[in-house]
Design a protein around this ligand. Structure first.
Ligand code: UDP
Length: 337
């Protein structure tokens, strides 16, 4: 059992206007990862106090380097497969800890991935129970597997291979959803489940292995652009700021709204189209090469986002072209300094 305390000094905060507001303390697991670090930055800007928890297996302290200077931000190196006790009151938990790219969650990490999804969820749900906190689960479009229904709406139950190389992540995240709803029904815990579709933007790791980071880094370093399969498979890519916006809206939405709710950008592109866009934006000698398609790689993916739109008035704003331009600039900084 890991036992920590932070922020025991004050429970209230003066806003810029001088009026007092009750400060929200949020714990973000996976907080130094790609999505988690972007979320922490947003929450700090909103005036929340953040306990950022990460084992730094795929996350990087570098992602929260600026936040570490803020007095309302604390970093705790901890693996959520071990239970966690925190002394002061936590109001909200965002459960984002899990390796998220196929090369990071599969292979020799597969058992660890399942443990993170399942045991990690139990530990964070127990923490939420101890504190009477609302807890939001970063679920995934992978709960739909290789979908037979297109676009995917929340009532679709999915097509997951339970013994395939993706199942540690897909089934792990499905089990986590199941745990969230059972803790809600049996223990009365306030839960929110968001199903996150492909997301990209600053703070992705160059060696992450996902398609956008791979293609951009390959083009910037004059390497081959590795399209898996024939490149006709599709994905729908959401810029990270749009994603963080809907996550925060869901967390702060009506208590009786549990989800699951799809969050993602419904504009669908083939992987060939994505490669062409990136090659268009970067002056490079890189050429497209075709490589073996990994097994169980979903053929088509596109979220039906009507629930998020109806409940929260949300739809993503960043176009893929504009989001790629920002992301290319970010990777130029990472690679060339
Ligand atoms: N992909 C690709 N080349 C790469 C990395 C990925 O063609 O260098 C393909 C991958 O096979 C999949 C799509 O791009 O069809 C999205 O892959 P990613 O790993 O980004 O996410 P996920 O498969 O989890 O949607």
């Amino acid at each position: 059992m890991f036992y920590v305390s932070f922020f025991l000094d004050e429970s209230k905060n003066k806003t810029k206007m001088g009026s007092r507001r009750i400060m929200v303390t949020a714990l973000v697991t996976g907080g130094s990862g790609f999505l988690g670090s972007n979320l922490c930055k947003r929450l700090i800007n909103d005036g929340d106090r953040i306990i950022c928890v990460d084992n730094n297996s795929t996350g990087k302290l570098e992602n929260v380097k600026e936040l570490l200077k803020k007095k309302n931000f604390k970093f705790l190196e901890h693996d959520i497969i071990k239970p966690l006790k925190v002394e002061e009151k936590i109001d909200k938990i965002y459960n984002f800890a899990c390796p998220a790219s196929p090369p990071a969650y599969q292979g020799k990490n597969a058992i660890f991935t399942t443990k993170t999804c399942v045991i990690g969820a139990i530990n964070m749900l127990e923490l939420a129970k101890d504190h009477g906190a609302t807890i939001l689960q970063a679920s995934t479009s992978e709960v739909y597997g290789d979908p037979l229904v297109h676009p995917q709406s929340e009532d679709y139950r999915g097509n997951v291979n339970p013994v395939g190389i993706r199942s540690c992540y897909d089934e792990g995240k499905r089990c986590a959803e199941s745990l969230f709803f059972d803790y809600h029904r049996e223990e009365g815990i306030g839960i929110k489940v968001v199903r996150i579709f492909n997301t990209y933007g600053p703070n992705m790791a160059p060696d992450d292995g996902r398609v956008i980071s791979n293609f951009i880094c390959q083009a910037l370093t004059q390497g081959d652009i590795t399209v898996y399969g024939d490149g006709t498979q599709t994905r729908s890519f959401c810029y990270v700021d749009d994603m963080v916006e809907i996550i925060v809206r869901v967390m702060n939405g009506p208590r009786d709204f549990t989800g699951p709710v799809n969050v993602g950008n419904p504009m669908e592109f083939t992987i060939n189209e994505l490669a062409a866009k990136i090659l268009d934006k970067i002056l490079t000698s890189s050429k497209i090469v075709y490589r073996r398609l990994p097994s169980d790689d979903p053929v088509r993916r596109k979220p039906d986002t009507s629930l998020a739109n109806k409940k929260f008035g949300w739809s993503p704003e960043m176009t893929l072209d504009d989001g790629l331009a920002v992301t290319i600039d970010y990777f130029k900084g990472v690679i060339f300094g």
